[in-house]
Design a protein around this ligand. Structure first.
Ligand SMILES: [Zn+2]
Length: 490
């Protein structure tokens, strides 16, 4: 059992938790965003990350410090917290990114872990091999084997109170990611970054991203804190959080700012394309885009970075509140409507409804049916599973209207759930709020519920009474079930 991470509340696979970082003597609330701080170029001072944006944890690169004539000695002498002027938790990367960019680095896992400990890192990273998407299976497997050796080596290094990460690689092969996660989970290491997914995010390949993350989650134990490494764009935080990612790190706030790009939860805008700032943060409330364009480069980049951070931290808070309020799916659904690529991600997420269902709370305050995708949420799947286990009389009326005396027992018929015993109709999620004008998916899902009930109770004589359901949905009702439209007489 890992005692550093505690889950307080779930919504789907998304969770509110706390990560205890013993070396920094702080407890970080998750989901958390770790701003990436370049030890050489600080667009926003780490002390301001803490005081203005509420950052409890940041990430910097120990390899850059190790290589730097200016920073190596001061880091060893004063420690990272003093060097960066940051009192929260500091995580360090190892040079794996440089390895993926330049093909070679000149430190070993043992050396860089010992260096990370010597400079006072609170969470250290071994040198894993970040295998990009779409390589051959052979390459993905052999590079992962090297990563696993490094992780096992990291386990044997004396790292004291410092937490150490066990990165999960495996390219775009879900089975390999799952296996990599299982092996990592079996070590005594502390935090589990899902690595080398940045190219998927940069290319908006959210379907592949969801497949990779869902696979890694299947391999990990429930008490494993998961870091989606390099995930810095707020448009996808909610989607990743719903899959059970706890930590995000953002270099994007600064990198995008330096390219005059403006982050929003619906994607990226270029400063020159904006006539108005669609945001309530202090920067956007007191400036307009034309004014910011006129500023000198450094000032412009700093201001854009401040907005980018504000929107990123704002989204993290929104996600935390959504998990607490039990409406994370509604938030993901809203985000999915902001960009077609995210809609692909959300539809893929719902392919894993059974996986999400395992930790999804039995009761929440409300279920909003917002689109055809809502019919595929884990709560609907769970109700269909429950239909297999319910006691059913010999004769049963399922109706969208009023109960009829002509039947021994009447159940309600509620899209997208299907048959609902009267005793359950006031129970979440059957209290769902639906639009009056439903899409076919809601009816089709209700018919799936009817079919499930028929399959589990072949002896029962069922009558379905509906208020004008679409033919396409009604076609799915088995032939031996009598189906009556409500304005026709029974
Ligand atoms: Zn703003």
């Amino acid at each position: 059992m890992r005692d550093t991470f505690e889950v307080r509340r779930y919504d789907g696979s998304g969770r509110l938790g706390t990560l205890r970082v013993p070396r920094a003597d702080v407890t970080v609330e998750t989901p958390a965003l770790l701003p990436v701080v370049n030890p050489h170029v600080q667009t926003i001072d780490p002390s301001q990350l803490e005081s203005t944006f509420g950052a409890e944890i940041l990430i910097t690169n120990s390899y850059i410090i190790h290589r730097s004539d200016d920073l190596y000695e001061p880091a060893l002498e004063h420690g990272l917290h003093e060097l960066l002027d940051f009192s929260g938790a500091i995580m360090t990367d190892s040079g794996s990114f440089q390895l993926s960019e330049y093909g070679d680095i000149d430190v070993t896992t043992t050396e860089i872990l010992e260096f990370q400990r010597a400079i006072g890192s609170d969470i250290a990273t071994p040198v894993d091999i970040p295998t990009p998407p779409d390589v051959s299976r052979e390459q993905a497997t052999s590079e992962w084997e090297t990563t696993l050796e490094r992780i096992e080596l990291a386990e044997s290094v004396d790292t004291g109170e410092m937490l150490v990460t066990a990165p999960i690689q495996g390219s775009t092969y879900p089975a390999l990611r799952e296996r990599a996660a299982r092996e990592a989970s079996e070590t005594a290491l502390d935090i589990f970054p899902i690595g080398a997914v940045v190219p998927l995010m940069n290319e908006y390949r959210f379907e592949a991203l969801v497949q990779v993350v869902a696979a890694a989650k299947r391999g990990l134990s429930e008490d494993a804190p998961v870091h989606l490494f390099g995930a810095g764009h707020p448009m996808m935080f909610a989607l990743a959080a719903a899959l059970g990612c706890d930590l995000f790190d953002s270099a994007a706030y600064a990198l995008y700012a330096r390219d005059d790009r403006y982050l929003t939860v619906q994607g990226t805008r270029h400063l020159e394309d904006l006539s108005y700032f669609p945001c309530e943060c202090p920067v956007c409330s007191t400036h307009d885009p034309q004014e910011v364009q006129q500023l000198d480069k450094d000032e412009r980049h700093r201001i854009l970075a401040e907005h980018n951070l504000a929107v990123s931290f704002g989204e993290i808070r929104r996600i935390r509140q959504a998990i607490r309020g039990g409406n994370l799916f509604e938030l993901v659904e809203t985000r999915a409507r902001g960009h077609p690529a995210l809609l692909d991600g959300y539809r893929t997420l719902l392919d894993y409804a059974d996986q999400l269902e395992r930790t999804d709370p039995v009761s929440k305050d409300s279920f909003f049916y917002l689109s055809a995708e809502s019919a595929r949420r884990p709560e609907v799947d769970r109700h269909h599973q429950r239909l297999r286990r319910l006691d059913v009389p010999d004769e049963l009326l399922l109706t969208t209207g009023e109960p009829s005396d002509a039947f021994e027992e009447c159940w309600r018929l509620i899209p997208p759930f299907g048959p609902v015993p009267r005793s359950l109709s006031d129970v979440y999620p059957l209290t769902a709020e639906l639009p009056d004008r439903l899409d076919d998916a809601a009816y089709e899902s209700a018919v799936t519920g009817i079919r499930t009930l028929v399959d589990a109770n072949p002896e029962t004589k069922l009558t379905v009474c509906h208020d004008g359901w679409p033919e396409r949905a009604l076609d799915g009702i088995p032939d031996d079930v009598e189906t009556v439209r409500i304005d026709e007489s029974l």
